[in-house]
Design a protein around this ligand. Sequence first.
Ligand SMILES: Nc1ncnc2c1ncn2[C@@H]1O[C@H](COP(=O)(O)OP(=O)(O)OP(=O)(O)O)[C@@H](O)[C@H]1O
Length: 248
Amino acid sequence: MGQCIAVVSGKGGTGKTSFTAGVGAALALSGLRVLCVDCDIGLRNLDIALGLSDAALMDFSDVAQQRCTLERAVVSHPQLAKLSLLTAPIRQRGQPVTGEQMASLLRAVRIQYDFCLLDAPAGLGDGFLLATAAADRCVVVTTADASSLRDAQHTVMELGRFGPGKLHLVVNRVRKKLLRSMHATIDDAMDKAGLPLLGVVPEDDALPLALNRGSPILLSAPASPASSAYRNIATRLRGGKAPLLRIK
Ligand SMILES: Nc1ncnc2c1ncn2[C@@H]1O[C@H](COP(=O)(O)OP(=O)(O)OP(=O)(O)O)[C@@H](O)[C@H]1O
């Protein structure tokens, strides 16, 4: 039975979509069946990060509201056979998808996939509620700046139903120059949020470059620091051990 992980933040632009695409690709490259779901109705962009720009015709609302099957709506990655995308609607049509409909969709997903990563929009609105409604675990992605950390804290407060071991923290865009002060910040972030650290992703120019090329970073720059970080995080999500990344 697969597991569904919501990727959330609070503040916008912290790196949720990059994380979903990077860790999703890393899990798929390790041989697992992975579905990445874009939960950002109206502002989807996970398709671009995965190199599947506008490839999908049907979206998660079509499956959740039984207008089409899961098999018909997902798009497989042409280079990563085990990686698939279920995209978000371009705009809200008809009745909004309910938490129960999302739960029913994820029950089908757990049967067919080993991992499902749900890329939530920023904030605590409808897309956040849908992404987290029936997820098994949550990853809170933050940068080390004070506003992002405070929003991460607020987000964690909304996730009370996830018990110990079900909520994880990822600190993104870590820069070596700031590392000495960042150790304190990361410790502080873990203390404040009360979350164990799942991983640290360095600031890496290869990420926006990969996004512009429309290719997952694990394919276009597999040796980049961010790719290594995503691989390590994928290993930990699978229950394995990986060292914390050395920021060069
Ligand atoms: N570690 C990193 N190093 C350099 N650039 C990064 C890193 N992580 C993310 N970025 C860049 O930051 C921008 C925002 O990232 P991303 O879209 O993943 O954030 P998001 O949290 O999904 O945003 P939103 O809240 O709008 O959905 C992108 O241009 C991405 O390439």
